[in-house]
Design a protein around this ligand. Structure first.
Ligand code: ATP
Ligand code: MG
Length: 794
């Protein structure tokens, strides 16, 4: 027999519809058991909820509290404390780790480096001894170079000797080296905008070239085209006599960019060490790598600052010139066979500039091809280059031995003052300001174009066989050049050596051996990124704090509801007792939670992923695996995501006391954090760095709004747009929240009605979680694709 009841009075109904309470209106009218009590089946008794249990409204038996939860007698909710305790313990541990970290790094700095090159080098000496010379141009072994061809002050530096031995071993003189030949090179990014035109020439392996020209003359562009970073729109490039795609050789090429692209959060040593670890042959032991890095750091004169952070323009720690040297060191440790340097000496004092150039000269002697863009070299440095390529308006003005440059310009009618630095004079001439050096009035009109024209006609003949030229070097340069006739043919236009299949094979083998394995690269990137985060602990703790605060505030907003976050239509026979429904509270918590996570996570996420596009480009173009880099970076933020969502969940859980279990709530929050990080990394890839955080926050708000709360998903279904909403992680997140908070109440309320009204499907928590994981991962894949394509475009 269903319970009998008398219809409630209109006043009583009004009270109920406004969520108030109205006593039974007749003796047969049933009541829903009050919160804090339970009413066993039979319906005759109403018992107080005991300590250790809790009783939401309408309970017919007490619910057992979780271990450690606060549940005094007559509780209608449980305050779960274990996660909170866990959190406190965890944070304490984190604090201890930070302190220990400080101590360890302080200790490391004090410790003197104890790496010494080991057996490897000795056995290397034997290897060098029985070198077979495969190419016509003899290359010198380390020993000869060290003994005969290096300046006093360098050869007396023991680290320099170690450095040279390592390099010698790495590039093995028996291999062919890299020579380049380029013919009629053009670069025209937009029709009509020619940046490079008709640049032809050959760069022999083991030669040292300087590229000079006015600002905007196309020097950087030329180097980028030659290295294969920028695709030439016309002409051809040959490597060792064979037309080859230069990007294939990226592991053997070092490139020091014009701007210092180094990681500011790492120390000098860490920056260089990373490059060494990733690019040196994978068979090398860490000890050897460390010893080699030591020698490089010493050779570039940074030993005293090796443990200082690099810093950037905003927060400089080491000086600009030192940062430049870090950038050079990063390439030297890779022991490239050809090294391109874009203004390596700008920002360096004259002495350090000379010492860097001497170092480059020394490795050139071992067979490394060196191509340096240089501004204002001092005379001594200028003469250190074997060859000179002068550019003006993207065209060649001179290419050939440095010793002949003055003679060449003399043959054009310029008189180079003997007391001035020839480099400065030449720069004046090729930038069109050479009037004062000539009496020929015809040089006043369009001088640069005329210089280009002159070179074009003269270079077709052999310019260095010219009669005026034969006398010139002795006349202008005196002692720097011995005019012995036997040298003449060697100095005529260099012809690049065509490598034999055997040599190509050997080169290929070298390339194969170079570079750490994929997992190792990933691990180094992961470790490096963790270091960066540790150095930026401020923002790390800030992010966690914001997560905790956001969770706390949302929890607080639901605190007064005492865990009763839902009110639906009662099941029969209580249906007529139903008061006004509340389908909103839970979904709103979902919405707010989603938004809060979006706000807390997107800005830091953009920072982690988006700020290193330049570094990424630099590393990838030197042979670093892009997927290993990205994977390492991505894994390194997982601890951060876990910590943030843990703090968020604990504070929200303890205040809002939802019916959903803590673990499920944590999992949902974690996966939503994961999705937001993924989304923010996509944004970080597309937009400019300074717009990143703002747009990422915007995007996270959008996916939050597409969460199916307002407008409700049921409405969206009527518009036939559910598919669109379901693409947003917000829907799955809110669905998990709504579903898991309502399902425990299925003994009391008509949940199908709630499901139809809200539009969410109940009971598919696992599906919701998997889809969140999938969406977050898709975002990441997408971000990776963006990263790689954007790098290509640039
Ligand atoms: N991809 C490109 N699209 C359009 N213009 C370009 C591109 N690359 C370079 N330029 C232009 O080509 C010219 C030469 O640039 P480049 O960077 O090669 O000069 P530079 O000789 O290295 O000068 P600086 O000494 O100042 O570094 C500049 O005017 C530059 O704006
Ligand atoms: Mg440049």
């Amino acid at each position: 027999m269903p319970p009998q009841f008398c219809p409630a009075t209109p006043e009583c109904q009004a009270t109920r519809y406004s969520k108030g309470k109205c006593p039974p209106q007749g003796i047969y009218e049933p009541v829903v058991c009050d919160a804090g009590y339970y009413c066993p089946p039979g319906g005759k008794r109403k018992l107080e909820c005991e300590k250790g249990t809790y009783c939401p409204m309408g309970s017919h038996q007490p619910w057992k509290c979780d271990f450690g939860a606060i549940c005094p007698p007559k509780s209608q909710r449980q305050v779960v404390t274990v996660p909170f305790g866990f959190l406190i313990a965890f944070d304490l541990m984190l604090g201890i780790i930070v302190v220990i970290g400080y101590a360890v790094s302080a200790w490391r700095k004090r410790r003197k480096t104890a790496y010494s090159p080991i057996a490897n080098l000795k056995e290397g000496a034997d290897e060098l001894a029985d070198d077979v010379e495969l190419i016509s141009r003899p290359k010198r072994s380390v020993t000869t170079v060290l003994e005969n061809e290096v300046d006093e002050d360098l050869s007396s530096n023991p680290d320099f000797k170690i450095f040279m031995r390592f390099i010698g071993k790495l590039i093995k003189t028996k291999e062919v080296g890299l020579s380049f030949e380029f013919d009629d090179l053009q670069f025209e990014p937009k029709p009509g905008k020619k940046i490079l035109r008709n640049v032809s020439g050959a760069i022999d392996s083991g030669s040292m070239w300087a590229i000079m020209g006015g600002s905007g003359a196309g020097k950087s562009t030329f180097v980028n085209v030659l290295m294969g970073k920028t695709k030439n729109t016309g002409g051809s490039i040959k490597v060792n006599g064979h037309p080859k795609d230069m990007s294939k050789y990226k592991k053997l090429i070092g490139y020091v960019p014009q701007d210092d692209i180094v990681l500011p959060e790492l120390t000098v040593r860490e920056n260089i060490l990373h490059s060494a670890r990733v690019r040196l042959p994978m068979t090398w032991k860490d000890r050897d790598i460390q010893a080699f890095v030591d020698s490089v750091i010493s050779c570039i004169g940074l030993s005293h600052v090796q443990h200082s952070l690099v810093g950037d323009a905003n927060k400089p720690v080491i000086s600009g010139g030192q940062r430049k040297r870090v950038s050079i060191g990063m390439e030297l440790t890779a022991a490239p066979m050809a090294i391109f340097l874009d203004e390596p000496t700008s920002g360096l004092d004259a002495t350090s500039a000379s010492s860097i150039m001497r170092l480059l000269r020394a490795i050139t002697k071992l067979g490394v091809t060196t191509i340096t863009i240089i501004h204002q070299p001092r005379e001594q440095i200028f003469h250190g280059f074997d060859n000179l390529l002068l550019l003006g308006n993207g065209s060649e003005i001179y290419a050939g031995p440095t010793v002949y440059a003055s003679a060449y310009f003399a043959s054009l009618g310029f008189t180079l003052p003997t007391r001035a630095n020839p480099a400065d004079t030449i720069m004046d001439i090729i930038t069109g300001n050479g009037r004062e050096y000539t009496t020929d009035p015809s040089w006043t009109e369009r001088p640069v174009d005329r210089l280009i024209e002159e070179w074009r006609t003269r270079s077709k003949l052999n310019p260095f066989d010219d009669d005026d030229m034969s006398l010139a070097p002795t006349a202008t340069l005196g002692s720097t050049f011995e005019s012995s006739p036997s040298l003449r043919p060697a100095l005529s236009r260099p012809v690049s050596i065509i490598s034999s299949p055997e040599q190509e094979h050997s080169l290929l083998q070298t390339m194969k051996k170079r570079g750490a394995s994929w997992p190792a690269q990933m691990y180094y990137c992961f470790k490096r990124s963790i270091t960066q985060q540790v150095r930026n602990k401020g923002s790390f703790f800030f992010e966690i704090g914001v997560g905790a605060l956001a969770g706390g505030i949302i929890g607080l907003s639901a605190f007064a509801a005492k865990g009763q976050l839902f009110r639906g239509l009662y099941l029969k026979p209580f249906t007529t007792l139903s008061s006004a429904v509340d389908y909103q509270s839970v979904s709103q918590i979902g919405l707010l939670g989603g938004m809060a996570i979006g706000l807390a996570a997107s800005a830091p996420a953009v920072k982690v992923f988006g700020e290193e596009k330049l570094i990424f480009n630099r590393e990838v173009s030197s042979g670093h695996s892009s997927s290993a880099y990205y994977m390492g970076k991505m894994l390194s933020v997982l601890p951060r995501i876990c910590l943030s969502s843990l703090h968020f969940s604990v504070f929200m859980g303890i205040l809002a006391t939802p019916l959903m279990s803590f673990n499920q709530m944590f999992a949902a929050n974690l996966l939503y954090f994961y999705s937001v990080y993924g989304l923010a990394s996509c944004i970080g890839m597309i937009v400019k760095r300074e717009d990143g955080p703002l747009l990422a926050v915007m995007a996270s708000l959008i996916i939050g709004v597409l969460g199916g709360v307002a407008p409700p998903l049921s409405k969206v279904k009527q518009w036939n747009l559910e598919g669109l909403w379901r693409m947003s992680p917000g829907v799955w997140f809110t669905e998990a929240y709504v579903s898991q908070n309502l399902l425990p109440l299925d003994y009391l309320y008509m949940l199908e009605v709630a499901s139809a009204q809200t539009g969410f499907k109940f009971g598919q928590y696992n599906v919701d979680m998997w889809i969140l994981l999938a969406i977050g991962s898709i975002y990441r894949v997408f971000a990776f694709v963006l990263l790689v394509t954007m790098a290509r475009v640039r």
